[in-house]
Write a protein that binds this ligand. Structure first.
Ligand code: PBG
Length: 325
């Protein structure tokens, strides 16, 4: 028999053959585009730490959402920068708050675009933590969950197509599901950040969202990067409590977690390709160290291959443009 007996290179020899046997597809229909909406200010202000991403006013958000929609991106994820902050983060559940106003305006202009609202208090609290602080400086879990439930109802009543809690409090998925159901919002899906790690890759976001904790860190509620079994426990609890889609965040350093949660739960999984993952490729591309298009498409294909059905990414508009060329 001729040597070697198996020649895997045969199916790699032309682009057509490679396309025919490709196992993973990256398409615009899987992408979610995050946006930072500011309560007041100019229509667009570039975010220095995230080249290509702007702070947008409500008008700017309608425009930006329209651009994403026209590119075929099915969904946006909204983060709000409120006009003012307080100890409890009351701007989060204000029916006239920045997210509520932006959601109404975007849905009115682009009814077919899905609007997902990020649900957390850190952008709204004066101390920057994701919930209410006890006198000893620890985030009070159960009190925070009540405020998150009010926020979820307010966001869904404003027209959010899905609500995405990113706070990592215990029991919040069940509490949010119950609160939404009690308000006649039983059809609003919960996209739970199940495995959200205490990550250094949120750095640019915290500047962009003005949400860095004023003291301490988030290790008392976000997960230890060393743990995967714990991520599966988190995911299974969220499934029991009624989550519809599970998020793993960040994406690239946690591809194993994406795969394991997908295999263990069978639920739709969304991977959040976070700000630091975005900015490091942008910075490398700006300095000529990497081919941006090739590197981004490879990174996102890898996230899909790991098991993500959905990718939340700041690269969404670029990817939609590249994939349509
Ligand atoms: C809020 C929140 C964070 C991100 C999304 N929601 C930051 C954090 O936990 O500090 C990070 C997203 C990104 O880095 O792109 N809790």
């Amino acid at each position: 028999m001729a040597f070697p007996a198996t020649r895997l290179r045969r199916l790699r020899s032309t682009g057509v053959l490679r396309g025919l046997v490709r196992e993973t597809e990256l398409s615009v229909s899987h992408l979610v585009y995050p946006m930072f909406v500011v309560a007041s200010g100019p229509k667009r202000t570039p975010i220095a730490e995230m080249p290509g991403i702007d702070h947008v006013s409500i008008d700017g958000a309608v425009e930006e959402a329209g651009i994403a929609h026209a590119l075929g991106i099915p969904a946006v994820l909204l983060f709000g920068l409120p006009a003012s902050k307080d100890e409890e983060g009351s701007g989060a559940w204000d029916d006239e708050g920045v997210i509520q106003l932006a959601t109404r305006a975007i849905k009115a202009a682009h009814p077919d675009l899905l609007v997902i609202t990020d649900l957390c208090l850190c952008e709204y609290t004066s101390h920057g933590h994701c919930g209410v602080l006890r006198p000893d400086g620890v985030v009070d879990n159960d009190q925070t969950v009540e405020l998150l439930a009010r926020t979820a109802v307010s966001q869904a009543e404003a027209g959010a197509d899905a609500v995405a809690p990113s706070d990592m409090m215990d029991g919040r998925v069940g509490a949010l599901r119950a609160a939404l159901d009690d308000h006649g919002l039983s059809e609003t899906p919960l996209i739970a950040y199940s495995a959200k790690y205490a990550s250094a890759f949120y750095g640019p976001f915290r500047v962009a969202a003005d949400s860095a904790p004023q003291s301490g860190d988030r290790k008392g509620y976000q997960m230890d990067p060393a743990n995967a079994l714990e991520a599966i426990r988190e995911a299974k609890l969220d499934v029991e409590e009624g989550a519809d889609i599970l998020i793993v965040k960040p994406a690239l350093p946690y591809l194993d977690v994406i795969r394991r949660i997908k295999d263990e739960t069978g639920l739709p999984v969304a991977a959040y390709n976070v700000s630091g993952e975005y900015s490091m490729l942008k910075a490398a591309a700006e300095r000529g160290f990497l081919d941006e298009r090739a590197a981004v498409l490879e990174a996102l294909t890898g996230i899909r291959r790991a098991g993500a059905d959905i990718i939340i990414t700041y690269h969404a508009k670029d990817v939609a443009t590249w994939l349509s060329q």
